[in-house]
Design a protein around this ligand. Structure first.
Ligand code: ASP
Length: 440
């Protein structure tokens, strides 16, 4: 059977188990389109409320979950050699997937040229309402790579916790966990403490998932109602390139990656993480989806050791979907403004997209903010920058939902490949969808 058919069947299996979330997405799209034409403030307010309840509930467990997962993951890996092996492999695999994503985005955008003639849609007047916000974002990102990296190191971990500053929380948890692993048996009380926290947050995640269908429905409906269908006409070529790129990444690159680097059947993996994919689509947040990504992977065969180390890091650092969208978006604007795209500039765009995407927190919209980091190198005038940025804003949520789904899927793909390489995967469980009924 052809691979794409197998994948569709896998998704079908996942959907069969989670038909109610899938139904939520479809109903959300329909209601969203309807709402766009019939602006009902009452309905929109109720839907926004339901969506926010879901997101807040799930965000509530993210920080305790990330910290406890990293601490348990690293202390259970234990010795230095194995830890560096896992770490190196993780960086290599995430690097490969993101390099492919940006290359794919660049090739497609340069071939289809979605930006040619698009300048007419990029209207400076349309940008006035968000001009101030956009200009300050662009400025903040200017020449800012070193500062961004500096901010990864928390001056005060408690402040980072309070601010929900995900990357610096992870940096602290990593350092603390490695230290705990080094000090030997004396770490037991602390590790047991975090084991209890982890188990409890997983339980809360199970409960929250009862609310996934209405939550995803409400989030999708409000998102769709905000962009409606008219934008599809004006920038259909841009969206087509994105759809092509993301489709290839999902249906060809991930399966090929799993085939080359592991023996994980992509069919079973996709079926196993279907809930996480749908929640990623609805929430547009890798971090908010993280509890579920971990639950799906662990309950379906990927060891706790690998999942709890690779997935939290992936949810903040591995953003291949975002990198792909950023590459296409920047090339699109360059074409629209007739910027001469030299091979050097193209490589620079791809490289910066890899950096910009991995500095994104896994929350909605950050991919658009960090895109300023890449746009700054294009030599556009301030007016062009603001208008271009504002243009990307119009389709932001739509692309975010899809790119986040890719971000989350590739986290699981890499975790599964590492688990396979390290003999940390239970194939009896992964290959038997009937066995995994626990989540919802
Ligand atoms: N929303 C994305 C995520 O959470 C990040 C982005 O591209 O904005 O993975």
């Amino acid at each position: 059977m052809k691979l794409h058919m197998q994948i569709l069947i896998a998704l079908g299996l996942g959907l069969k188990r989670n038909w109610h979330i899938f139904f939520g997405i479809i109903a959300g799209i329909i209601v969203g389109i309807f709402l766009h034409g019939h602006n009902s403030i009452f309905v929109t307010t109720i839907l926004t409320f339901i969506g926010q309840v879901f997101i807040r509930l799930i965000q509530m467990v993210v920080i305790p979950l990330i910290i406890s997962a990293i601490i348990i993951g690293i202390t259970s890996i234990g010795d230095n050699k194995q830890l560096s092996k896992y770490g190196a492999k993780m960086i290599l695999y995430y690097g490969i997937i993101t390099t492919i994503a940006v290359s794919l985005g660049a090739v497609l955008a340069l071939t289809v040229k979605p930006g040619l003639g698009a300048a007419q849609y990029i209207n400076i007047d349309a940008a006035t309402s968000i001009q101030h916000q956009v200009a300050s974002t662009i400025n903040q990102q200017k020449g800012n790579i070193l500062n961004i990296i500096l901010n990864f190191i928390p001056k005060n971990p408690l402040e980072s916790l309070a601010k929900g500053d995900m990357i610096s929380i992870i940096v602290f948890a990593l350092v603390f966990a490695v230290a705990l692993a080094k000090v030997g048996k004396i770490n037991r009380p602390v590790v047991s403490f975090f084991e209890s926290i982890f188990a409890a947050t997983m339980k809360v995640t199970d409960w929250i998932m009862y609310f996934a269908a209405p939550g995803v429905f409400a989030l999708t409906a409000t998102a769709v109602s905000s962009f409606g269908v008219d934008i599809f006409q004006s920038i259909s070529k841009y969206l087509l390139v994105l759809a092509l790129g993301m489709g290839i990444q999902f249906f060809v690159i991930y399966p090929a990656f799993l085939k080359v680097f592991s023996k994980v059947p992509v069919l079973m993996l996709y079926a196993a993480i279907a809930e996480a994919m749908m929640v990623a689509f609805g929430t547009a947040s890798s971090s908010a989806t993280l509890p579920l990504t971990i639950a799906c992977c662990e309950k379906r065969g990927i060891s706790h050791k690998v999942a709890s180390f690779v997935l939290p890091l992936g949810a903040t650092l591995n953003m291949d979907g975002t990198a792909l969208v950023q590459t296409v978006a920047v090339i699109f604007l360059a074409q629209a403004y007739s910027v001469h795209l030299t091979p050097f500039l193209i490589v620079q765009i791809c490289f910066l997209a890899m950096i910009a995407s991995s500095t994104c927190a896994g929350i909605p919209g950050t991919g658009l903010i960090t895109i300023a980091l890449i746009l700054n190198g294009l030599g556009l005038s301030p007016e062009q920058l603001v208008a271009g940025f504002a243009f990307l804003f119009t389709v932001e949520r739509l692309t975010d939902m899809f790119r986040t789904t890719l971000n989350v899927t590739s986290d699981a793909v890499v975790a599964a490949a590492i688990a396979d390489n390290e003999n940390e995967i239970n194939y009896d469980l992964l290959n038997n969808p009937e066995a995994y009924k626990e989540i919802i």
